[in-house]
Design a protein around this ligand. Sequence first.
Ligand SMILES: Nc1nc2c(ncn2[C@@H]2O[C@H](COP(=O)(O)OP(=O)(O)OP(=O)(O)O)[C@@H](O)[C@H]2O)c(=O)[nH]1
Length: 596
Amino acid sequence: MAIGFIKKIFSFGKDTVEEKPVPAAEVAPGMPAADEAATTTSVPSGHLPHRGGEGAAEATAEGDRAASNEERAATEEAKPGMHDLAVPPAPATSTPEAISEEDSESAGPTARENIAVEEESAPLPISPLAGEMPGRAEAGEAPIGDVALGDGVATPPSVPSGHLPHEGGDQSETEATAEENRAAIEEAMTGADDCADLPEVTQGDAPEIATPEPEAELENLAAPPDIAPTEGVEAGKESAPILSPLVGEMPGRAEGVEAPENPATAPSLPKGFAASDQRPKEQAPTPQPKLSWYQRLRRGLARTSSQLTGQIASLFTKRKLDEATLQDLEDLLIQADLGVETAMRITDTLSSERYGKDVTGEDVSRIMAGEITKVLAPVAKPLELDLSHKPHVILVVGVNGTGKTTTIGKLAAKLSGAGLKVMLAAGDTFRAAAIEQLKIWAERTKSDIVASKLGADAAGLAYEAYQLAREKKSDVLIIDTAGRLQNKAELMAELEKIVRVLGKLDPDAPHTVLQTLDATTGQNALQQVEIFRNVAGVSGLIMTKLDGTARGGILVAISAKHKLPVYFIGVGEGVDDLEPFEAKDFAEAIAGVAAA
Ligand SMILES: Nc1nc2c(ncn2[C@@H]2O[C@H](COP(=O)(O)OP(=O)(O)OP(=O)(O)O)[C@@H](O)[C@H]2O)c(=O)[nH]1
């Protein structure tokens, strides 16, 4: 094997490629020959992630999600081993280092037998949806760890958007087929705009349970023979045949009552009359052109900026700049989540330029945009991939619903679109819909996928996925994780374990730990970063949902405090709605000044 080879540093998002020699010692076990590493395709955009963090702040509960996370803990307790899954046609494994101590029970070779690897565009089976899975229900039903994927739990037709329900509901038998289920999820994942306002399915929404077709079973995941019927699910019950009503019972066909032949036919007018129809003609709706990502960003931040500019304008009406005004301005900026540090930067600059003089709202906005840009510019960095790792491992972490799975899909699309070999690992083993969602993303983006069943050990899955990605010579492995509140100690410990287990295969892995932040969150996001950074070594951020009613100011406060790279921003649910983070664009959008 060649010792000296070229380590290619790929910057993903911006800029270009940098080459530097790598000492042989850096080559991970199982690494391919140097020439293999060097032949990888170029990727869009440069910066090395940094890891680690300072002391964690005390966490606070995030009300409405707390209950479901407690259930997750219960699910965790009750989840079965992975050995009850059927063996997939897995490639031969060379386990470079055995997992020992407390990790061995989950990440050892037995776990390997239970992982399903699906090649790109293989037909996928349908799995039950998140909220309908036992162990996820609000009512605290017992988890059914033994239920393999493919035990179809269908989406009720009213399930909104790509974010499938987290909460459970009553279960009932339906005629839904696996295909319908899958179609519903796919539709939900694409119908961003249409679904944005739909309510989340709650416990009372009675999700439906589909009777799975035998062929719809996962080819490599089988239900164990001793599967117990879960509460609310009547296993093996035959569905009643659908009977059409008798003719006499049909509306308008009751005995002796014949429906008018054609009620819609207008009577013919006598000679000398003419029919006129004054009703407004129905206009075919003109399709709205999709806004550019920048327009969506500005629209998303409009609430923050218009509130700020409105308040600033009224503060500076016919007033000379004095101490009291500066103090009022500082308060406004802090209320907009910008953080004390940035608020003081802005007031200091304003004071040094205009103290004792007349000041307009526009003056303030201009200075504000400039100072925010200065805070954000150092963190607006491309996501750098070191493809000599083969694979570069990206672990995606964050609180529930912050957009991890969706962001992984978007990243995979960019990477595989650039010719890289991508593997996804469905490490969110708590939520069936998350597994299904990731499978769909894998299919769409022509990525390989490693998935296991609901309730499987996430650290074991991550370990197996890493080994398989090495064997298949994937360029990038992206590992999804279950969403968790930052104040749930046991779930955070599980995340720590995933990181530790990956480190057994390569001490530098995971090479990037990405945290997704929901832009609509506000102040809590600061604390999320603090805790996840300490537990999982977050090395970079992606802020999602900046197209919604975003409170983007918090990203400024986070950047000022943590100085973590912000790689991308999410501006929609579609596959292309992920943009490299640009400090100036973002600052101008918050300050409400026109792009220069
Ligand atoms: N508008 C908008 N919606 C987004 C964006 N990113 C994700 N979403 C939506 O947010 C919801 C949650 O996204 P997921 O990707 O399921 O979030 P998650 O973090 O994986 O969720 P858990 O698995 O519960 O932890 C879905 O409806 C997504 O379509 C974005 O940039 N803009």
